[in-house]
Design a protein around this ligand. Structure first.
Ligand code: AMP
Ligand code: GLY
Length: 429
């Protein structure tokens, strides 16, 4: 099999790394890739927002399968374009990717199909109506821009001042262009979050191991939101009863609902859940694997990813077995100083070669550039270090042992990935 992977982060490095282990895979290209991905794949230039250009490139390369990492090409309709040109690709069509591409579509879809989610106060096209709506909400309240805003389109606002300022940025200053001109205002839910990600062929569903992301920049869930500073998975993270509830009340009705509306969903579907006291509730859908969730999931996958994705693209996912390594995985993201705000790049990374030899540890590159034998930082999230072990405690300590040996100027990471779960698992909760 010859496979084309699209994307340039730690998630795509994890995909390429896992695909490389398949005995069916003979060649991998990645557009645009990064310094670490270049160890396992031929990296080619290309723009992820240029769907027609990517399809033309694929017509030349003739991969047996294309796998898409980030949401943007999916929301822009890359699956429709590839399919039209007879190129096999795994992922949702443009219509199906609206589950992530439009928060209003997602909320109305959940309402139509009785899928548990936060109650909506309303959807607003004019700033005046949105400000007026704030007079009748409970605080905190959640404001969501309808379209894609690179992870910056949601605010949990504690006060009317915060909410008003965010609405003004979206609807009057047009900070995110058309993506922010329509907003959804909904109730804030409390609880622990969970990333429940499945692969589906439109009918059959293959759940990944559940993971938990750490979105805030600093320890103790303080500081600004980031793309994700670390993630973990562990057997026993959620009870079998809760997992069954998630599958029957959320996952199955979503897949069935999309098919019933004439837009069967194919590919990875990420359910961002709040484990509220009343039960699991959907906060958001993403039409892709999470990042850094993918880096915590794929090292635990024992089955052949190439075979699995090929089966999903062909609508015969039920024919492939899914096997997972028992135990746990922990992924710690090493970020540039200042991220998610302003940061410098081009810093030399030290200690990578020896750290990379550690057993049960994989170092995924999220934003690096290779120059000879050396690697330099090239974006906010730089590396994602993942350890697997038979227990969560083992994975945490192994991961941080390796992290301690890596260094670049300004390097910043969280020291408490999985810490809360570790104490509750230890307490037997
Ligand atoms: P999103 O941009 O849709 O991924 O949402 C980003 C984050 O906002 C989620 O991971 C939650 O932490 C938070 N969030 C979204 N909706 C709600 C809600 N209804 N209640 C509480 N937090 C929320
Ligand atoms: N880690 C959150 C996301 O991928 O959206």
């Amino acid at each position: 099999m010859r496979i084309l992977v699209l994307g340039s982060g730690g998630r795509e490095h994890a995909l390429v790394w896992k695909l490389r282990q398949s005995q069916h895979v003979e060649k991998i290209w990645c557009v645009p890739g990064n310094g670490g991905i270049a160890q396992h794949a031929e990296c080619l230039e290309g723009r992820l927002d240029d769907v027609a250009g990517l399809a033309t490139l694929a017509e030349r390369l003739r991969p047996d399968l294309t796998v898409v990492g980030p949401e943007l090409p999916l929301v822009l309709g890359i699956v429709d374009e590839f399919t039209r040109r007879g190129l096999r690709i795994v992922g949702p069509t443009r219509q199906a990717a609206r589950l992530e591409g439009s928060k209003v579509f997602a909320k109305e879809f959940m309402q139509r199909h009785g899928i548990p989610t936060a109650a909506a106060y309303g959807v607003y096209d004019s700033p005046g109506d949105a400000y007026t709506a704030l007079c009748a909400v409970d605080w905190p309240v959640v404001i969501k821009a309808d379209g894609l805003c690179g992870g910056k389109g949601v605010l949990v606002a504690a006060t009317p001042d915060e909410a008003t300022a965010f609405l003004a940025r979206l609807m009057e200053e047009h900070e995110f262009g058309p993506a922010g001109e329509q907003v959804l205002i909904e109730e804030a839910l409390a609880g622990q979050e969970l990333s429940y990600i499945v692969l589906t062929d439109g009918e059959n569903i293959l759940p990944m191991v559940p993971t938990r992301d750490h979105k805030r920049a600093f320890d103790g869930d303080r500081g600004p939101n980031t793309g994700g500073m670390g993630a973990f998975s562990a057997d026993g993270l959620i009870s079998p009863e809760l997992e069954e509830e998630i599958r029957t009340t959320i996952v199955a009705p979503t897949i069935a609902g999309m098919a019933a509306e004439g837009h069967p969903y194919r590919g990875f579907l990420y359910f961002g859940l709040m484990l509220a006291e009343e039960g699991p509730r959907v906060l958001e859908f993403n039409c892709r694997l999470g990042d850094p969730e993918a880096e915590a999931i794929l090292p635990r996958m024992e089955s052949d990813l190439a075979e699995t994705l090929f089966a999903a693209a062909e609508g015969r996912l039920s024919s492939v077995p899914a096997q997972w390594k028992a135990g746990a995985s922990v992924c710690v993201v090493l970020a540039s100083g200042g991220y998610p705000g302003k940061f410098e790049t081009g810093k030399k990374i030290k200690g990578l070669a020896s750290a990379g030899d550690a057993t049960d540890v994989v170092i995924f590159h999220a934003g690096t550039r290779r120059d000879g034998d050396d690697y330099y930082t090239s974006s906010g999230r730089v590396l994602a270090v993942t350890a697997t072990a038979t227990s969560l405690a083992g994975a945490v300590s192994r991961c941080y042992q390796v992290v301690e040996n890596i260094h670049f100027e300004g390097m910043h990471f969280r020291r408490d990935i999985a810490a809360t779960a570790l104490s509750s698992l230890a307490a037997g909760d």
